[in-house]
Design a protein around this ligand. Structure first.
Ligand SMILES: Cc1cc2nc3c(=O)[nH]c(=O)nc-3n(C[C@H](O)[C@H](O)[C@H](O)COP(=O)(O)O)c2cc1C
Length: 177
């Protein structure tokens, strides 16, 4: 057996250690991500949106993407019922918007923005780097979150640098030569 295998055997623990949720969250925060705002509308037309970093591309053919929503979110019913959502990838300089859309205390998040809708009447975030308008393919139970899988119906892409989230802070990419 080589040294690496020895080390694996020596550290293997048959009883899984209890996971400290806060420590796990900190460890996960070492993975830098982009930042997006997902939006939809309630059945009576009220715009709904929140800041996420769980966005990921999933498939090109068919064009699928995913993100997850906390089951405790007051926005759950709207995203579950609408059948459509938009993902707006935030640009560097949109950290204030990301903070506002991450706060349940902001009564009307969309009052901060000029109104802009997709042809499906989904609210869009002006100034985003990219916007993906999706039909919900699946909403799947995933622990304390629901995993939304969407099929991209249309998208736009603009110029610029992304907003980045790393170790609990908004940041930006270092400028490239
Ligand atoms: C950078 C960042 C990323 C976040 N990512 C997610 C996410 O992927 N899913 C989620 O449910 N909440 C996420 N949140 C938390 C929500 O934005 C926050 O709970 C928000 O208040 C939810 O809006 P609501 O209360 O109107 O539903 C994130 C917050 C921040 C600051």
């Amino acid at each position: 057996m080589n040294a690496i295998a020895d080390a694996c055997v020596a550290t293997a623990d048959p009883v899984p250690a209890p996971i400290d949720t806060r420590a796990l969250r900190n460890a996960l925060g070492s993975y830098p991500t982009g930042v997006a705002i997902v939006t939809t509308r309630t059945a009576c037309g009220r715009p709904v949106g929140l800041t996420i970093n769980s966005f990921a591309s999933l498939s090109l053919d068919p064009p699928l993407l995913l993100w997850s929503l906390s089951k405790r979110s007051p926005s759950m019913a709207a995203f579950g019922e609408s059948g459509y959502f938009s993902v707006n990838v935030l640009a560097a300089g949109q950290a204030d918007l990301a903070r506002a859309f991450a706060s349940s205390a902001v009564a009307d998040k969309f009052a901060l923005l000029p109104s802009c809708d997709s042809p499906e009447q989904l609210p869009l975030i002006p100034g985003s780097l990219a916007t993906f308008v999706c039909a919900t393919e699946q909403a799947q139970d995933a622990g304390d979150h629901t995993l939304f899988q969407g099929r991209v119906l249309r998208y736009t892409e603009g110029e610029g640098e992304p907003l980045v989230f790393h170790r609990g802070q908004f940041t930006e990419l270092q400028s490239r030569p």
